[in-house]
Ligand binder design. Structure first.
Ligand code: NAD
Length: 332
């Protein structure tokens, strides 16, 4: 039997808990260390896996660890991931890869210098609903012309004690969930050539309301509408891709519908009953990562897609400060 990958979870909150559970259940990995600035939290999570709780990353030096999951607030990602890479660990970093493209590049450089792998948590690339949408949209008979995407938060400010309600720790509103949809836009329709954004501060003291316009290199244009004050009415996230008398619609990570043409039966799939960890793509993302580590093969969620998503966020922020001027983001 192949040896299990020895895992450290860094940041034992919501996502640390989810990744720890999936890693442990995968059969390919074993959670042996949990690191958290709050040692009591680390201990609680470590107890679930009979792992060792630590307060600082430095304590992982010399320990038997292969892969670390970075699940700390956004503004700590770069520093924490680089420290782990310098300890010669492979690293999975939750999204956003970093809160600036400059930091994201430093992380990729650290992975290269240390000859380690760096993955990013763009889990929607593995979610069944978006895989179904991609298959239809990229199919032989679908010629995508426009994409309309909504991704909202109910109350972004949340409770003051949450780090995600602290926009400095978040890195800005777009780094919360909208970054997933900038990535999904390219996943579904290919590279964005130019992008423009208008933003306003509506309910919070930061820009919490964005309208993003995308021109795709190969196929049409699209819009992302995203705000942090939508209440919690469903759906928070919705995608509609329209082609030549065809359309694909997704709602949340639950529902998929495809109209293949005028007067044709609509094909529908529901993923609502799947376990949350499967519906959101986390389980498939773990399996893919363990395979990539074993084979040395390319990973779908390589850090470079994380860097690209951060570059798109920065382009939106830049455009928003110049009344929505289009920014060239065509990949070289
Ligand atoms: N991909 C997704 O679906 C998804 C969903 C939610 C959150 N996230 C991302 O996951 C990350 C974690 O979010 P969360 O909701 O789990 O947060 P959380 O607040 O539940 O947990 C964060 C943990 O990190 C610890 N921590 C803070 N700074 C630390 C440091 N410097 N060193 C060690 N520990 C530290 C905190 O004590 C806390 O236990 C964020 O980057 C967020 O953007 C991704």
């Amino acid at each position: 039997m192949p040896k299990k990958i020895s895992v450290a979870i860094v940041g034992s909150g919501v996502m640390g808990g989810i990744h720890g559970k999936i890693a442990q259940q995968s059969g390919a990995a074993s959670v042996n260390y949990v690191v958290d600035a709050d040692l009591a939290k680390a201990q609680k999570c470590a107890d679930l896996h009979r792992a060792t709780a630590l307060r600082s990353i430095g304590e992982l030096a010399g320990k038997n660890v292969n892969l670390a999951f970075v699940c700390v607030p956004n503004n700590h990602h770069a520093r924490v991931a680089i420290e782990l890479l310098n300890l010669k660990l492979d690293v999975f970093c939750e999204k956003p890869l970093a809160t600036s493209a400059a930091d994201a590049r430093l992380m990729i450089e650290a992975a290269q210098v240390n000859d380690r792998r760096l993955f990013v948590g763009h889990n929607r690339r593995f979610a069944p609903v978006y895989l179904a949408a991609k298959e239809a949209v990229r199919g032989k008979y679908f010629s995508p012309q426009s994409i309309n995407m909504i991704q909202n938060d109910g109350d972004m400010g949340g409770e003051g004690s949450l780090w995600a309600a602290n926009f400095a720790q978040l890195g800005g509103f777009l780094y919360d969930t909208t970054i997933h949809f900038l990535d999904m836009a390219e996943f579904l329709l290919g590279p964005i050539a130019s992008i423009s954004a208008l933003s306003r501060s509506c309910c919070y003291p930061v820009n919490d309301n964005f309208t993003i316009h995308m021109q795709f290199r190969d196929s049409g244009s699209g819009v992302i509408s995203s705000c942090g004050h939508a209440s919690w009415i469903f759906p928070f996230e919705r995608v509609q891709v329209v082609g030549d008398h065809q359309a694909v619609i997704t709602e949340e990570l639950d529902e998929y519908r495809h109209c293949p043409g005028l007067s044709r039966a609509i094909d529908g799939k529901t993923y609502a009953k799947l376990a949350f960890e499967e519906k959101w793509g986390y389980v498939a993302m773990h399996t893919h990562m363990y395979d990539a580590l074993a084979s040395g093969g390319k990973a779908i969620h390589d850090a470079r897609i994380g860097l690209r998503a951060v570059e798109l966020v920065e382009a939106c922020q830049k455009s928003a400060t110049s009344q929505g001027a289009f920014i060239d983001v065509a990949p070289a």
